[in-house]
Write a protein that binds this ligand. Structure first.
Ligand SMILES: Cc1cc2nc3c(=O)[nH]c(=O)nc-3n(C[C@H](O)[C@H](O)[C@H](O)COP(=O)(O)O)c2cc1C
Length: 449
């Protein structure tokens, strides 16, 4: 049977979930978050869009996926036109990726482009995404207060900022309203759990209660109500989401959809190499670490040999921080970079170089961003359609799972965080939403509860 977007939308409704509606377009309530460098490009985004979801291409340094563009620009160093040539190659690569993704998604779903506000090429990526036919612009890593002006001649493209709390939403919505535009949706990313750059000012704030969905979504909906814009801006919750029960809970709280990053990064269709997926999928909670990136934002990644060493020698690097004559990669990817600008208060590494190593599958030297959440399939690399099916399957149907698959797998919460070494011992208070429906806890470890 052909399983197209209509099939998955029917599954959504059958699972008791509401589809996500943005600018009149009906989509799956599961969005694939943008992941750079080259982790989410045309392959992953089109696989998600083909099923009726919103797949997101990360705009940054996509030339790395195109050997002809790398041949033209990979060697550039001190040439005066290095930056403009690299920028042009990246725009060409973005154009190719958007067009390929649109073509391969067979007119289903949406292709969005994720653009970090902190990037020097931010405006160029926005204009290119519009020109190449993206359906939505998703902007995070900074407040995109200027997005309405930058897109004013293109009212059809959806504008979706990424924020983390009600304060940020209020500020942005008030400023945008004055410019006659409202966001078409807002992604609310919880920095306690999400991967990559995080929306808190300081590491110490990552666990702040204002970011918790229960609080943030409630406050934002209240703000919408008092501002007379109730039901106008769909909210998409992101960070650590890994089960149907969680999506249902978030929709009951008032979110219209959810965004997942790490779980999509470990799918077969993800554009990163196998080693990249294995590093993310096999990481244990104790391997995941938070630090301040060169962009000045907290970030979360797997503690690989490079990151471990970097964090150990960071005080020395910060002591020696000084303004460099030129950017390490010759294209100034960030407007403000701790390494290039000699800012000793933030990170001291070349982010494009380290993410590039991860993309090459270099376990020793790469920077592997990852969320802190537990993955739905544990260490397994599965297809996008398996992930979507799992997320759209209510708990009761999941009890069909074979015991061999059950090892670190709790149908209610996704992979089970409460069990140590299989399912003999419950190491935390059981927090499943419906204990009776959890075969692990009810069938295998009843005495431990
Ligand atoms: C490998 C990786 C790279 C990411 N890169 C970006 C990025 O370039 N821009 C961005 O806005 N978010 C980025 N994110 C965040 C994701 O889009 C997503 O919102 C987040 O990971 C959700 O949390 P989850 O991983 O727990 O599902 C990245 C996440 C990962 C895991």
């Amino acid at each position: 049977m052909r399983k197209d977007a209509t099939y998955w939308l029917d599954q959504t409704q059958a699972a008791g979930l509401k589809p996500l509606k943005i600018k009149g377009q009906i989509l799956l309530p599961i969005v694939q978050g943008g992941m750079g460098v080259c982790v989410s490009a045309s392959g992953l985004s089109s696989a998600v869009a083909k099923l009726g979801g919103m797949g997101t291409i990360s705009s940054v340094d996509l030339r790395r996926r195109h050997s002809d563009l790398m041949k033209k620009t990979g060697h550039l160093d001190k040439e005066p036109d290095a930056r403009s040539l690299i920028d042009a190659a990246n725009l060409e690569a973005l154009d190719r990726e958007i067009k390929t993704a649109k073509l391969n998604s067979n007119g289903q779903g949406w292709i969005a482009v994720n653009i970090m506000k902190a990037l020097s090429a931010y405006e160029g990526y926005i204009q290119q995404s519009i020109k190449s036919g993206a359906n939505a612009l998703v902007v995070g890593a900074g407040l995109p207060l200027d997005l309405p002006e930058l897109t004013k001649d293109h009212p059809d493209i959806a504008l979706i900022p990424i924020l983390s709390d009600a304060r940020g939403v209020q500020l942005l919505v008030r400023k945008w309203e004055k410019k006659g535009r409202l966001p078409d949706a807002i992604i609310i990313e919880n920095p306690r759990l999400a991967g990559g750059h995080l929306g808190a000012a300081r590491l110490a704030d990552l666990g702040d209660s204002r970011f918790e969905f229960e609080i943030a979504i409630g406050q934002i909906l209240e703000f919408f109500k008092t501002s007379g814009i109730e039901n106008e801006i769909p909210l998409i919750a992101a960070g650590g989401i890994n089960s149907h029960a969680e999506i249902l809970r978030l929709q009951r709280l008032g979110a219209s959809g959810v965004q997942l990053g790490t779980a999509f990064a470990v799918t077969q269709e993800c554009d990163a190499p196998q080693v990249f997926k294995e590093v993310l999928a096999q990481a244990k909670p104790q391997d995941i670490v938070e630090f301040v990136s060169v962009a000045g934002l907290p970030a979360r990644a797997v503690r690989t040999p490079w990151l471990d060493k970097y964090l150990r020698i960071l005080p020395v690097l910060q002591e020696r921080a000084h303004k460099k004559l030129k950017c390490n990669m010759s294209f100034d990817c960030l407007t403000h970079c701790g390494l290039r600008d000699g800012d000793a208060t933030i990170g001291q590494f070349c982010i494009d170089q380290q993410l590039g190593h991860a993309l090459e599958g270099d376990l020793k030297r790469g920077l592997f961003f990852r969320g802190a959440g537990v993955l739905p399939f544990g260490a397994e690399i599965k297809k996008v359609s398996d992930l979507i099916r799992f997320l759209l399957t209510p708990v009761a149907s999941n009890t069909e799972i074979q015991s061999s698959e059950v090892n670190n797998f709790c149908p209610t919460r996704g992979a089970c965080v409460h069990l140590e070494q299989g399912f003999e011992k419950c190491i935390q208070d059981h927090q499943c939403f419906d204990d009776d429906l959890c075969p692990l806890h009810s069938s295998f470890a009843p005495n431990e509860l």
